[in-house]
Design a protein around this ligand. Structure first.
Ligand SMILES: [Zn+2]
Ligand SMILES: [Zn+2]
Length: 703
């Protein structure tokens, strides 16, 4: 080390020693939010960096007053026998921190990047400064997506409509988290804005009963005044009540069932009147919602598809046409899920039913096991019909499957042929050719029925080579590897597997029908509604953008009538029937595990960090009086290195710890200070040896 370097180092140490209390405080703050400091550019932690700079200045000022500590730190310093520079380690930690943050904060939204030409700011990124200058128009009707727009994945749908002192809420969905969030099952919208404005909420409306629209009810509905009316169709409210009945304390809520065929204009508050419109989707009781406001009529499409020959009652086009003709649609919110699917939706549910019948005919001697989404009540009705026609009995398996069929029966949303449904325990007594089982697990979920049948963990069924398994579904993006693994498991057992979309292999198809309209269906429908203003919702950013392009390029709406929005954007519908963005409200996520318990964001970051780098614990036992090391330090390594194979490294660490404790005796440092120094040195030694920086936890006991 040359003189200059030595000098610099001493200066650094000096300032660090002075700064320690501040750093610790910041670190603890950061621990509460993050596992480590968070260097995201422009993120909230830029403040942290700024703060720490400030702290350095303050520390420098103070440094002349307390020189002793610096000397102490210098005295305790152990020369590490490492070849990797400390800067390299810090760089590694920084990159790791960025990676972990990027993975754990995909759904955390401050001011999202949105330079779309439809962003409402002429394609310019809106800044905090600009947001601050925006003044709300007191006469505007405000629509604010709380969740469901431009997220990573589809879900968490929730929108509010506000006018002066009145708010109505539409939908409360979940979003399933995927593997990027270890140990997290789903996330729900953060409703802080509503919690701050609770007294304004006049009504809660639900478009339909898919979990991306009602899945957050168990957490959110109890937060509202129990007298707030909750509107939905029979089946939708049935599913919500079922969900709420699973709570330890079932709240007594004000449910009001709506019959969309009555075309009732429900005056939910002084300024808002709402109307539910029957539309087709892949679940019973599906609706769009029309909200009549002082500034015009808003059409919320909810989820929908178009079928020429639907199984149930056709979409209420008559009523829609009437509204368009008599009142006009001033603002249309339209879902975006399948905007990238070209053409029209090519099939009908009847095709699927017919093809399921073909499977039963073709594989006539064995059991037919059909896996589909548990909310596909029409599909289930068709399976029952086809099975009954062939003398097969049907049993349902899977908690949600049985639940949903029960709710559908109660809401009269499903017709069940006589003597067809039997219990699981009874169906196994029948000969194989009389058996049809409808179950969950079409997404390859590890714990769902299908996988349990493969592994032999299912109580009644073990897959055998005469079984035919039908995937009456498509894998949701992200689930493909799980579906493949389930299919492999089934094939290894010798069973026949028939998947939707693989007609060339089986000559049977289609076996599934998407619940969402295709591109040309959207073109037709938006043309039909002829909206003055248009906002795509319910979709990832690219879907919203493509949907907006469709509105401009195909429908011919002018660009200033279209907005691509993010969760939290405030959209104003003004009295002159123009729309604009006017600021943001804070939005975010609450994460939950599979026991419906909350998981803190910091915990996720720790989990991701540990999964990449591991954890390393050192336990030192010191003599309370002398400060001497009483015994060889205990070392625990988890998810990092296998200790039995790392004697040399462990020896090096023990040697360091002995030196460090010996050198610390005379200065008697504060425990926190000593721990921090040990942590830093050990991290350096580990990084030097392995190229990784596990979470290092020093524990010091004084006895
Ligand atoms: Zn849906
Ligand atoms: Zn949906």
């Amino acid at each position: 080390m040359n003189l200059k370097e030595e000098e610099r180092r001493a200066r650094l140490l000096k300032s660090r020693a002075e700064r320690l209390p501040d750093i610790k405080k910041q670190f603890e703050e950061a621990q509460n939010r993050n596992f480590n400091s968070n260097f995201k550019a422009g993120g909230k932690d830029e403040n942290l960096v700024k703060k720490s700079k400030k702290a350095t200045k303050t520390a420098k000022k103070a440094s002349t007053k307390t020189p002793k500590k610096v000397d102490d730190a210098e005295q305790r310093k152990v020369k590490l026998s490492v070849s990797v520079r400390k800067g390299d380690m810090v760089h590694h930690q920084r990159m790791l921190s960025q990676d972990v943050n990027a993975q754990a904060t995909q759904h955390i939204i401050g001011i999202p990047v949105n330079k779309s030409k439809y962003n409402g700011y002429n394609g310019e990124q809106v800044t905090n400064a600009k947001l601050k200058t925006m003044r709300p128009n007191p006469d505007a009707v405000r629509v604010i997506p709380i969740g469901g727009d431009g997220e990573f994945g589809i879900g968490k749908n929730m929108t509010i409509v506000e006018y002066k002192s009145e708010i109505i809420v539409i939908d409360m969905g979940v979003l399933f988290a995927g593997e990027d969030y270890p140990g997290v099952n789903y996330m729900i919208p953060d409703i802080k804005y509503l919690e701050d404005n609770m007294s304004k909420v006049k009504a809660i409306l639900f478009t339909h009963a898919h979990l991306d629209h009602i899945g957050a009810c168990r957490h959110l509905l109890p937060k509202f005044n129990s007298l707030t009316p909750i509107y939905g169709t029979d089946f939708t409210l049935g599913m919500i009540k079922k969900q709420m009945s699973e709570l330890d304390e079932v709240p007594d809520l004000n449910y009001i069932t709506v019959d969309p065929f009555k075309h009732e204009k429900i005056q939910v508050s002084e300024h808002f009147s709402v109307e539910f419109i029957h539309t087709l989707h892949s679940i019973p009781g599906n609706t769009a919602i029309v909200v009549r406001t002082p500034n015009g009529l808003i059409y919320f499409s909810g989820d929908w598809r178009h079928e020429e020959k639907p199984m149930g009652i056709q979409t209420d086009y008559e009523r829609i046409d009437e509204i368009v003709k008599n009142e006009g649609v001033d603002l249309m919110f339209n879902e975006s899920t399948n905007i990238d699917s070209p053409g029209h939706h090519p099939h009908s549910e009847y095709d699927v039913g017919e093809n399921l019948g073909k499977v039963m005919d073709h594989y006539v001697n064995g059991r037919v096991i059909i896996s589909c989404f548990s909310s596909q009540i029409s599909r289930i009705e068709l399976i029952l019909k086809e099975a009954a026609a062939r003398g097969r009995k049907v049993a349902f398996s899977g908690f949600s499957m049985i639940n949903n069929v029960e709710v559908a029966l109660r809401a009269k949303s499903i017709k069940v042929p006589k003597d067809t449904v039997v219990k699981m325990e009874d169906i196994i007594k029948l000969p194989d050719e009389k058996v049809c089982i409808v179950c969950t697990g079409s997404q390859g979920e590890l714990n769902a029925v299908l996988n349990r049948m493969v592994t032999g963990a299912h109580k009644y069924i073990k897959i055998k080579s005469t079984d035919t398994i039908v995937f009456s579904s498509n894998p949701i993006p992200g689930n493909e590897p799980h579906v493949v693994s389930t299919v492999d498991g089934l094939l290894r057992e010798g069973a026949q597997v028939i998947q939707n979309g693989k007609t060339h292999l089986t000559n049977i198809g289609p076996l599934h029908l998407s619940g969402h309209a295709y591109f040309e269906d959207h073109v037709d429908f938006v043309t039909r509604l002829h909206p003055t203003n248009y906002i795509p919702y319910h979709g990832e950013f690219f879907m919203l953008e493509h949907n907006a392009e469709m509105a401009e390029n195909v429908i011919g709406l002018s660009r200033d009538r279209i907005l691509v929005t993010d969760d939290g954007d405030i959209i104003e519908l003004l009295p002159d029937k123009t729309i604009r963005k006017a600021g943001r409200i804070p939005v975010g996520n609450k994460l939950y595990d599979d026991a419906d318990r909350p998981v803190h964001e910091a915990v996720i970051k720790d989990r991701i960090h540990i999964s990449r780098e591991g954890i390393f614990v050192i336990v030192l036992t010191l003599n309370k009086k002398t400060g001497h090391l009483m015994k060889t330090p205990d070392i625990v390594s988890r998810a990092f290195i296998y200790l039995d194979n790392s004697e040399e490294l462990i020896g090096k660490i023990r040697h360091y710890l002995r030196q460090k404790t010996d050198k610390s005796i005379s200065t008697d440092p504060e425990m926190k200070v000593l721990k921090e120094e040990i942590k830093e040195d050990i991290t350096h030694i580990l990084f030097d040896a392995t190229g990784h920086t596990p979470i290092v936890i020093p524990v010091i006991n004084k006895v």
